[in-house]
Write a protein that binds this ligand. Structure first.
Ligand SMILES: *[C@@H]1O[C@H](CO)[C@@H](O)[C@H](O)[C@H]1NC(C)=O
Ligand SMILES: *[C@@H]1O[C@H](CO)[C@@H](O)[C@H](O)[C@H]1NC(C)=O
Length: 434
């Protein structure tokens, strides 16, 4: 893993010239002056006259830059420049080559101390397709407005406010914005090589409706492969039908009861894609299905149950590298509602014994949809929530405090949600996209 201290390149200031349009103009000002440039300068020329808050301006800039997984270079470059201009020390961490240049994580901290008490982190990539930024009085639309650029903008705003309030100093906090969360987590996996002392706590930003997540399910992806022998469909006894084998196996897997957990409820299995055969009149020699399991209980036990269920059938299971068990989170902070999530995050990809908090504005239910949006009021509330979590983490409680009282969830159950599982200890589990 190689680092490129950001100092080498001149910071850019981004001038927002209206929704959707972002033009880069190069300024050559000393860092000290740049750090004091007020937000409205970055917004001059904007058609909407009243000065937007630094929070909304940063959020707009981030959402306006397309950053579908694999193509995060421009947004990461923007954020590195932004943080440099705001007096953070910024390192970029190479992850891989991307569509339009290097894909890199952005790692930032105050002064010279790279090893900090705590880390605050989220991701810069989005699912496809890109949806341009737009806004109405209370709501902001656009790809990533919710997942997870809402978290990114609120986290940075919270940190900057606490610095201004003299509550955060060099060595207290670092910020990490990674690529690749929506697919393999390669950005966060690379962050394990940052070579810093272990953090005491890490705050992860993902849409949790501004509630503190108590845990989320794991993920397991695998293929079911059926091999047969091609022949003329008029003489089926001369061939072996791979589709028939696959259908048999899928019937078993689709009805399989997998290990469950008290906290996270049932593991769920989705036959996401099937392919097999060539034509009406050919006995197919090959068939395959892609399956994803939301893992609520032990990963190894789950894999064992899957293998066991089809062991007498003529198929093979091929497990992919995407495989992790359920994630337990910390929620020992008073004043938050709690939530159980059924989606995957980068939490499991960052190794270490740190406390893990998962919190952010917006609902996962709209995160990957055509109508991805976030309420402006939720962004503002998230800044307050992150400040509370940071202050709590700064107090460095070595012994775990008694967990916050678990309050009833008020998740609006939308019609698009296909399965909602009641859990004994916490509110409803909302099953949704990755
Ligand atoms: C990649 O990102 C750049 C910058 O955000 C954008 O202009 C471009 O359209 C994106 N390319 C694709 C194929 O999405
Ligand atoms: C920038 O950060 C350094 C180190 O933390 C600090 O000494 C300096 O006062 C800061 N400058 C501005 C303009 O905030």
């Amino acid at each position: 893993m190689k680092f490129h201290p950001f100092a080498a390149s001149l910071p850019l200031l981004l001038l927002s010239t209206g929704p959707g349009a972002t033009a880069a103009i190069q300024f050559q000002l000393p860092a000290g002056i740049r750090a004091h440039l007020p937000a409205f300068i970055r917004n001059f020329g904007s058609s909407t006259s009243s000065t937007p808050s630094p929070l909304l301006t940063l959020h707009e800039d981030l959402v306006s830059i397309p950053s579908v997984t694999g193509n995060e270079t421009a947004v990461a470059r923007f954020l590195a420049d932004y943080l440099t201009a705001h007096n953070f020390t910024v390192e970029t961490q190479h992850v891989s080559d991307g569509l339009e240049g290097e894909r890199f994580n952005v790692f930032a901290y105050l002064g010279k101390e790279r090893s900090t008490h705590m880390l605050i982190t989220s991701h810069l990539d989005t699912v496809p397709p890109f949806i341009p930024y737009s806004s109405s009085r209370n709501t902001i639309y656009g790809r990533g407005s919710n997942d997870a650029k809402g978290s990114v903008a609120a986290q940075i705003t919270a940190v900057e406010e606490l610095i201004k309030e003299d509550l955060l100093h060099e060595g207290d906090i670092s910020l990490l914005y990674v690529v690749g969360e929506e697919t393999t987590g390669d950005g966060m996996k690379a962050a394990n090589n940052l070579r810093v002392q272990p953090w005491k706590s890490v705050i992860f930003g993902e849409p949790t409706e501004n509630k503190l997540a108590v845990g989320h399910k794991g993920i397991l992806m695998f293929d079911v492969i059926a091999k047969g022998k091609a022949s003329h469909s008029g003489y089926p006894h001369l061939g072996v039908n791979a589709n028939s084998h696959l259908i048999q196996a899928l019937a078993v897997l689709d009805n399989l009861e997998l290990p469950a957990s008290k906290l996270l409820g049932a593991s769920t299995l989705n036959v996401g894609r099937m392919e097999g055969g060539v034509a009406y009149n050919v006995i197919p020699a090959f068939a395959k299905a892609k399956i994803l399991v939301r893992v609520a209980a032990d990963l190894e036990e789950t894999i064992k149950a899957l293998k066991e269920s089809v062991k007498d059938l003529p198929v093979e299971l091929e497990f992919t590298e995407v495989a992790y068990g359920p994630v337990e989170l910390d929620y020992d902070v008073k004043g938050f509602e709690t939530i159980v999530c059924a989606y995957g995050t980068d939490v499991a990809n960052l190794h270490g014994e740190h406390k893990k908090y998962l919190y952010g504005p917006g609902s996962i239910l709209t995160a990957h949809g055509e109508n991805e949006f976030i309420l402006k009021s939720d962004l503002t509330e998230a800044v307050a929530g992150y400040k509370k979590l940071i202050k709590h983490s700064m107090r460095a409680v070595p012994v775990k405090e008694a967990p916050a009282a678990v309050t009833e969830n008020k998740v609006e159950e939308e019609k698009t949600v296909d399965s909602v599982v009641e859990s004994e200890t916490v509110g409803p589990i909302v099953d949704t996209e990755l």
